[in-house]
Design a protein around this ligand. Structure first.
Ligand code: SF4
Ligand code: SF4
Length: 109
């Protein structure tokens, strides 16, 4: 039996849900985050921000909290919140993620 390519559209409820907040006035509309989002939860606005850039809008209904968008954003304007039914909401910031990644990096010999 073929698997559902997008688990968020299936009948099974997600265990972890995400919520993305974007500092739209600092976004420059480079769309690195939209390319990194497998759920296609991010899109460019029609309007522009104070710098004259179209900014990113998040559809939190499909966000899984994977934090890919926050990792690739060069300006660190994305904050991802994760919720788990059995755990307290957890705030994951780009700084937290970078620190986690740095602790995993093994030096090349
Ligand atoms: S990667 Fe960051 S700066 Fe670029 S469009 Fe996304 S939120 Fe905006
Ligand atoms: S946290 Fe993951 S699913 Fe949610 S908007 Fe960012 S890249 Fe997409």
């Amino acid at each position: 039996m073929a698997e559902n390519p997008n688990p968020n559209t299936g009948s099974k409820e997600r265990k972890v849900k995400g919520k993305v907040e974007i500092d739209i006035q600092k976004c420059k509309g480079c769309e690195l985050c939209t390319a990194a989002c497998k759920e296609q939860a991010l899109s460019l606005s029609e309007g522009i921000n104070i710098k004259g850039y179209r900014y990113i809008i998040a559809n939190n209904e499909v966000c899984t909290g994977c934090v890919n968008c926050a990792l690739v954003c060069p300006d660190a304007v994305i904050t991802v919140y994760r919720t788990h039914p059995k755990k307290k909401p957890e705030d994951v910031t780009p700084t937290d993620i970078r620190e986690q990644l740095q602790s995993l990096v093994v030096p090349v010999k």
